[in-house]
Design a protein around this ligand. Structure first.
Ligand code: ADP
Ligand code: F6P
Length: 324
Protein backbone atom coordinates (compact mmCIF):
# COMPACT_ATOMS: atom_id res chain seq x y z
CA UNK A 1 0.00 0.00 0.00
CA UNK A 2 1.49 3.37 -0.99
CA UNK A 3 2.18 5.69 1.92
CA UNK A 4 0.57 9.06 1.25
CA UNK A 5 0.35 11.26 4.37
CA UNK A 6 3.98 12.01 5.16
CA UNK A 7 5.37 14.06 8.04
CA UNK A 8 8.85 15.54 8.17
CA UNK A 9 10.81 16.75 11.19
CA UNK A 10 14.29 18.10 11.94
CA UNK A 11 15.87 16.97 15.21
CA UNK A 12 18.97 17.37 17.39
CA UNK A 13 21.70 19.85 16.51
CA UNK A 14 20.68 21.92 13.49
CA UNK A 15 22.87 21.63 10.41
CA UNK A 16 23.18 23.90 7.37
CA UNK A 17 21.01 22.53 4.52
CA UNK A 18 18.35 20.97 6.74
CA UNK A 19 16.05 23.46 4.98
CA UNK A 20 17.11 22.21 1.56
CA UNK A 21 16.18 18.71 2.76
CA UNK A 22 12.75 19.83 4.06
CA UNK A 23 12.07 21.58 0.75
CA UNK A 24 13.02 18.48 -1.25
CA UNK A 25 10.87 16.22 0.96
CA UNK A 26 7.82 18.42 0.40
CA UNK A 27 8.24 18.92 -3.33
CA UNK A 28 9.16 15.34 -4.24
CA UNK A 29 6.41 13.88 -2.06
CA UNK A 30 3.77 16.23 -3.47
CA UNK A 31 4.95 15.46 -7.02
CA UNK A 32 4.37 11.79 -6.24
CA UNK A 33 0.82 12.47 -5.07
CA UNK A 34 1.56 12.70 -1.35
CA UNK A 35 0.41 15.15 1.27
CA UNK A 36 3.12 16.55 3.54
CA UNK A 37 3.03 17.79 7.13
CA UNK A 38 5.80 19.47 9.10
CA UNK A 39 6.38 18.62 12.74
CA UNK A 40 7.79 21.63 14.56
CA UNK A 41 10.77 21.32 16.93
CA UNK A 42 11.74 17.69 16.44
CA UNK A 43 10.49 15.02 18.82
CA UNK A 44 9.39 17.73 21.29
CA UNK A 45 6.82 18.82 18.70
CA UNK A 46 5.91 15.25 17.80
CA UNK A 47 5.06 14.46 21.43
CA UNK A 48 3.00 17.67 21.63
CA UNK A 49 1.26 17.15 18.29
CA UNK A 50 2.70 20.34 16.81
CA UNK A 51 1.94 19.39 13.22
CA UNK A 52 1.32 21.80 10.33
CA UNK A 53 0.46 21.20 6.68
CA UNK A 54 3.25 22.02 4.21
CA UNK A 55 2.59 22.71 0.55
CA UNK A 56 5.13 23.39 -2.19
CA UNK A 57 4.90 27.19 -1.69
CA UNK A 58 5.47 26.90 2.07
CA UNK A 59 9.05 25.78 1.41
CA UNK A 60 9.85 28.53 -1.12
CA UNK A 61 12.95 30.63 -0.48
CA UNK A 62 14.47 28.38 2.18
CA UNK A 63 17.15 26.56 0.18
CA UNK A 64 19.67 29.34 0.88
CA UNK A 65 18.98 29.55 4.61
CA UNK A 66 20.91 28.00 7.47
CA UNK A 67 19.17 26.54 10.53
CA UNK A 68 15.81 24.85 10.13
CA UNK A 69 12.51 26.59 9.48
CA UNK A 70 10.73 23.71 11.24
CA UNK A 71 12.73 24.32 14.43
CA UNK A 72 14.59 21.61 16.30
CA UNK A 73 15.07 20.46 19.89
CA UNK A 74 16.93 18.17 22.20
CA UNK A 75 14.02 16.25 23.69
CA UNK A 76 15.32 13.81 26.35
CA UNK A 77 11.77 12.63 27.13
CA UNK A 78 11.60 10.96 23.73
CA UNK A 79 14.34 8.56 24.87
CA UNK A 80 11.78 7.05 27.27
CA UNK A 81 8.96 4.63 26.44
CA UNK A 82 6.45 7.17 27.79
CA UNK A 83 7.76 9.87 25.44
CA UNK A 84 7.66 7.53 22.48
CA UNK A 85 4.07 6.56 23.36
CA UNK A 86 3.10 10.25 23.20
CA UNK A 87 4.72 10.45 19.76
CA UNK A 88 2.91 7.34 18.57
CA UNK A 89 -0.43 8.74 19.73
CA UNK A 90 0.16 11.85 17.62
CA UNK A 91 1.13 9.78 14.59
CA UNK A 92 -2.22 7.98 14.91
CA UNK A 93 -4.17 11.15 15.69
CA UNK A 94 -2.85 12.89 12.56
CA UNK A 95 -3.32 9.72 10.53
CA UNK A 96 0.26 9.77 9.28
CA UNK A 97 1.40 7.01 6.95
CA UNK A 98 5.06 7.70 7.36
CA UNK A 99 7.71 9.95 8.85
CA UNK A 100 10.97 11.42 7.60
CA UNK A 101 13.51 12.31 10.28
CA UNK A 102 16.32 14.69 9.36
CA UNK A 103 18.98 14.49 12.07
CA UNK A 104 22.07 12.92 13.62
CA UNK A 105 22.72 9.69 15.50
CA UNK A 106 20.47 10.50 18.47
CA UNK A 107 17.64 11.44 16.12
CA UNK A 108 18.09 8.23 14.12
CA UNK A 109 17.97 6.25 17.39
CA UNK A 110 14.56 7.89 17.80
CA UNK A 111 13.71 6.89 14.21
CA UNK A 112 14.61 3.30 15.03
CA UNK A 113 12.30 3.38 18.07
CA UNK A 114 9.40 4.66 15.92
CA UNK A 115 10.12 2.15 13.17
CA UNK A 116 10.22 -0.68 15.72
CA UNK A 117 6.86 0.52 17.07
CA UNK A 118 5.39 0.17 13.57
CA UNK A 119 5.65 3.69 12.14
CA UNK A 120 7.15 3.59 8.63
CA UNK A 121 10.15 5.87 9.12
CA UNK A 122 13.05 6.91 6.89
CA UNK A 123 15.97 9.09 8.02
CA UNK A 124 18.13 11.70 6.31
CA UNK A 125 21.76 11.84 7.53
CA UNK A 126 22.27 15.27 9.04
CA UNK A 127 24.94 16.42 11.51
CA UNK A 128 27.95 18.72 11.40
CA UNK A 129 29.91 16.16 13.45
CA UNK A 130 30.14 13.53 10.67
CA UNK A 131 29.58 10.80 13.24
CA UNK A 132 26.85 8.79 11.51
CA UNK A 133 28.03 5.31 10.62
CA UNK A 134 27.74 3.80 7.14
CA UNK A 135 27.73 7.11 5.26
CA UNK A 136 30.72 8.99 3.83
CA UNK A 137 29.51 12.31 5.17
CA UNK A 138 26.31 14.00 6.35
CA UNK A 139 24.55 17.16 5.31
CA UNK A 140 25.97 20.16 7.18
CA UNK A 141 29.53 18.85 7.50
CA UNK A 142 30.85 20.65 4.43
CA UNK A 143 29.38 24.02 5.41
CA UNK A 144 30.56 23.76 9.03
CA UNK A 145 34.02 22.75 7.88
CA UNK A 146 34.26 25.69 5.49
CA UNK A 147 33.05 28.07 8.20
CA UNK A 148 35.61 26.76 10.71
CA UNK A 149 38.30 27.01 8.05
CA UNK A 150 37.45 30.61 7.18
CA UNK A 151 37.64 31.54 10.89
CA UNK A 152 40.98 29.77 11.42
CA UNK A 153 42.43 31.48 8.32
CA UNK A 154 41.56 34.83 9.88
CA UNK A 155 43.04 33.89 13.24
CA UNK A 156 46.19 32.85 11.45
CA UNK A 157 46.55 36.29 9.87
CA UNK A 158 46.55 38.01 13.22
CA UNK A 159 48.57 35.24 14.90
CA UNK A 160 51.35 35.64 12.32
CA UNK A 161 51.39 39.41 12.64
CA UNK A 162 51.73 39.27 16.44
CA UNK A 163 53.86 36.09 16.62
CA UNK A 164 51.25 34.42 18.79
CA UNK A 165 50.16 30.94 19.68
CA UNK A 166 46.40 30.46 19.19
CA UNK A 167 44.44 27.66 20.78
CA UNK A 168 41.31 27.37 18.61
CA UNK A 169 38.38 25.26 19.78
CA UNK A 170 36.09 23.80 17.12
CA UNK A 171 32.87 21.83 17.61
CA UNK A 172 32.71 18.09 18.12
CA UNK A 173 31.76 16.78 21.56
CA UNK A 174 32.57 13.21 20.62
CA UNK A 175 34.04 13.57 17.16
CA UNK A 176 37.37 15.05 16.03
CA UNK A 177 36.48 15.02 12.34
CA UNK A 178 35.91 18.80 12.02
CA UNK A 179 39.09 19.54 13.99
CA UNK A 180 41.22 17.22 11.89
CA UNK A 181 39.91 18.40 8.54
CA UNK A 182 39.87 22.11 9.43
CA UNK A 183 43.35 21.69 10.92
CA UNK A 184 44.80 20.08 7.80
CA UNK A 185 43.07 22.51 5.45
CA UNK A 186 44.26 25.55 7.43
CA UNK A 187 47.81 24.29 7.87
CA UNK A 188 47.56 24.15 11.67
CA UNK A 189 50.69 23.27 13.61
CA UNK A 190 48.84 20.80 15.85
CA UNK A 191 45.40 19.14 15.98
CA UNK A 192 43.85 17.61 19.11
CA UNK A 193 40.86 15.25 18.84
CA UNK A 194 38.87 13.11 21.28
CA UNK A 195 40.14 10.05 19.40
CA UNK A 196 43.87 10.70 19.90
CA UNK A 197 45.86 10.66 23.18
CA UNK A 198 47.53 13.94 24.14
CA UNK A 199 49.39 15.66 26.99
CA UNK A 200 50.57 19.20 27.60
CA UNK A 201 54.24 18.21 27.39
CA UNK A 202 53.69 16.99 23.84
CA UNK A 203 51.98 20.28 22.93
CA UNK A 204 54.80 22.28 24.54
CA UNK A 205 57.43 20.26 22.64
CA UNK A 206 55.59 20.86 19.33
CA UNK A 207 55.36 24.56 20.13
CA UNK A 208 59.11 24.79 20.80
CA UNK A 209 59.83 22.89 17.58
CA UNK A 210 57.67 25.37 15.64
CA UNK A 211 59.63 28.21 17.18
CA UNK A 212 62.96 26.59 16.39
CA UNK A 213 61.77 26.09 12.81
CA UNK A 214 61.21 29.85 12.54
CA UNK A 215 57.40 29.82 12.37
CA UNK A 216 55.78 33.18 12.94
CA UNK A 217 52.77 31.63 14.67
CA UNK A 218 51.58 28.44 16.32
CA UNK A 219 47.99 27.34 15.70
CA UNK A 220 46.58 24.39 17.60
CA UNK A 221 43.07 23.29 16.60
CA UNK A 222 41.31 21.53 19.47
CA UNK A 223 38.05 19.58 19.18
CA UNK A 224 35.50 20.42 21.87
CA UNK A 225 35.68 16.80 23.07
CA UNK A 226 39.47 16.55 23.30
CA UNK A 227 40.56 15.10 26.68
CA UNK A 228 42.75 18.21 26.97
CA UNK A 229 40.26 21.08 26.85
CA UNK A 230 41.14 24.16 24.79
CA UNK A 231 40.60 26.52 27.74
CA UNK A 232 42.87 24.44 30.01
CA UNK A 233 45.50 24.10 27.32
CA UNK A 234 45.62 27.85 26.76
CA UNK A 235 46.03 28.44 30.52
CA UNK A 236 48.77 25.84 30.79
CA UNK A 237 50.65 27.19 27.78
CA UNK A 238 50.56 30.65 29.36
CA UNK A 239 52.15 29.10 32.45
CA UNK A 240 55.06 27.46 30.67
CA UNK A 241 57.86 29.09 28.72
CA UNK A 242 56.20 29.53 25.35
CA UNK A 243 59.14 31.57 24.08
CA UNK A 244 58.36 34.43 21.77
CA UNK A 245 54.72 33.36 21.33
CA UNK A 246 52.08 35.09 23.39
CA UNK A 247 49.12 32.74 23.94
CA UNK A 248 45.50 33.45 23.04
CA UNK A 249 42.34 31.31 23.15
CA UNK A 250 39.54 31.44 20.58
CA UNK A 251 36.40 29.32 20.91
CA UNK A 252 34.56 29.27 17.57
CA UNK A 253 31.37 27.75 19.02
CA UNK A 254 27.96 27.81 17.41
CA UNK A 255 28.94 30.07 14.48
CA UNK A 256 30.01 26.78 12.93
CA UNK A 257 26.43 25.48 12.90
CA UNK A 258 24.87 28.48 11.17
CA UNK A 259 25.09 30.14 7.80
CA UNK A 260 23.99 29.57 4.25
CA UNK A 261 24.82 26.02 3.11
CA UNK A 262 27.50 25.28 0.51
CA UNK A 263 26.55 23.94 -2.91
CA UNK A 264 27.80 20.50 -1.80
CA UNK A 265 25.48 20.46 1.23
CA UNK A 266 22.45 21.73 -0.70
CA UNK A 267 22.89 19.02 -3.30
CA UNK A 268 23.53 16.30 -0.73
CA UNK A 269 20.47 17.38 1.28
CA UNK A 270 18.27 17.57 -1.81
CA UNK A 271 19.31 14.20 -3.18
CA UNK A 272 19.18 12.42 0.21
CA UNK A 273 15.73 13.81 0.98
CA UNK A 274 14.40 12.82 -2.45
CA UNK A 275 15.76 9.30 -1.93
CA UNK A 276 14.14 9.15 1.51
CA UNK A 277 10.73 10.07 0.06
CA UNK A 278 11.13 7.58 -2.78
CA UNK A 279 11.97 4.81 -0.29
CA UNK A 280 9.07 5.66 2.01
CA UNK A 281 6.57 5.73 -0.85
CA UNK A 282 7.92 2.40 -2.10
CA UNK A 283 7.37 0.85 1.34
CA UNK A 284 11.10 0.61 2.11
CA UNK A 285 11.67 2.01 5.59
CA UNK A 286 13.73 1.53 8.73
CA UNK A 287 16.65 3.13 6.94
CA UNK A 288 18.54 6.41 6.60
CA UNK A 289 19.38 8.08 3.27
CA UNK A 290 22.83 9.52 2.69
CA UNK A 291 26.06 9.36 0.69
CA UNK A 292 27.49 5.83 0.60
CA UNK A 293 30.72 5.35 -1.37
CA UNK A 294 29.91 8.45 -3.41
CA UNK A 295 26.32 7.45 -4.29
CA UNK A 296 23.01 8.24 -2.60
CA UNK A 297 21.86 5.10 -0.84
CA UNK A 298 20.11 3.79 2.27
CA UNK A 299 21.65 2.44 5.49
CA UNK A 300 19.62 0.50 8.12
CA UNK A 301 19.03 2.57 11.30
CA UNK A 302 20.78 -0.12 13.37
CA UNK A 303 23.94 0.42 11.29
CA UNK A 304 23.68 4.23 11.12
CA UNK A 305 23.69 4.66 14.90
CA UNK A 306 26.71 2.45 15.61
CA UNK A 307 29.68 4.39 17.01
CA UNK A 308 32.15 5.31 14.27
CA UNK A 309 35.64 6.80 14.22
CA UNK A 310 36.19 8.99 11.16
CA UNK A 311 39.51 10.35 12.41
CA UNK A 312 41.84 8.31 10.22
CA UNK A 313 45.27 7.64 11.79
CA UNK A 314 46.90 8.02 8.36
CA UNK A 315 45.47 11.54 8.04
CA UNK A 316 46.66 12.39 11.55
CA UNK A 317 50.19 11.33 10.56
CA UNK A 318 49.95 13.37 7.35
CA UNK A 319 48.86 16.42 9.37
CA UNK A 320 51.98 16.02 11.54
CA UNK A 321 54.30 15.84 8.54
CA UNK A 322 52.68 18.83 6.85
CA UNK A 323 53.00 20.97 9.98
CA UNK A 324 56.80 20.80 10.07
P1 ADP B 1 21.57 14.42 17.03
O1 ADP B 1 20.41 13.81 16.37
O2 ADP B 1 22.06 15.65 16.36
O3 ADP B 1 22.67 13.42 17.32
P2 ADP B 1 20.78 14.29 19.86
O4 ADP B 1 21.76 13.23 20.22
O5 ADP B 1 20.59 15.43 20.81
O6 ADP B 1 21.11 14.99 18.46
O7 ADP B 1 19.39 13.57 19.62
C1 ADP B 1 18.26 14.31 19.21
C2 ADP B 1 17.03 13.79 19.87
O8 ADP B 1 16.79 12.45 19.45
C3 ADP B 1 17.09 13.69 21.38
O9 ADP B 1 16.87 14.93 22.00
C4 ADP B 1 15.97 12.70 21.65
O10 ADP B 1 14.72 13.34 21.54
C5 ADP B 1 16.13 11.74 20.48
N1 ADP B 1 16.94 10.57 20.89
C6 ADP B 1 18.26 10.54 21.15
N2 ADP B 1 18.65 9.31 21.54
C7 ADP B 1 17.54 8.52 21.52
C8 ADP B 1 17.26 7.16 21.84
N3 ADP B 1 18.23 6.33 22.24
N4 ADP B 1 15.99 6.72 21.71
C9 ADP B 1 15.00 7.56 21.29
N5 ADP B 1 15.19 8.85 20.99
C10 ADP B 1 16.44 9.35 21.10
O1 F6P C 1 26.10 17.61 17.48
C1 F6P C 1 26.37 18.86 16.94
C2 F6P C 1 27.02 19.74 17.97
O2 F6P C 1 27.23 21.02 17.39
C3 F6P C 1 28.32 19.22 18.56
O3 F6P C 1 29.44 19.42 17.73
C4 F6P C 1 28.38 20.01 19.84
O4 F6P C 1 29.18 19.36 20.79
C5 F6P C 1 26.94 20.07 20.27
O5 F6P C 1 26.17 19.92 19.09
C6 F6P C 1 26.53 21.32 20.97
O6 F6P C 1 25.23 21.18 21.40
P1 F6P C 1 24.28 22.40 21.82
O7 F6P C 1 23.95 23.14 20.57
O8 F6P C 1 23.09 21.72 22.41
O9 F6P C 1 25.06 23.26 22.76
Amino acid sequence: VARRRIAVLTSGGDAPSMNAAVRAVVRTAVAAGGQVFGVRNGYQGLMAGDVIPLDVRAVGGIITRGGTVLGTARAPKFCTVEGQQLGLEQVRKHDLDGLIVIGGDGSQAGSLALHTAGVPTVGVASTIDNDLNGVDTSLGVDTALNTALAMIDRLRDTASSHHRAFVVEVMGRHSGYLALMAGIASGAELILTPEQPVDVDMVAATLRAAQAAGKSHFIVVVAEGSPLKAVDLAEQLKGIDSGAYEVRLSVLGHVQRGGSPTAFDRLLATRSAAAAVEALLAGRNGMMAGLVNGCIDLVPFEVAIQPVDKVEPALCRLAEVLAR
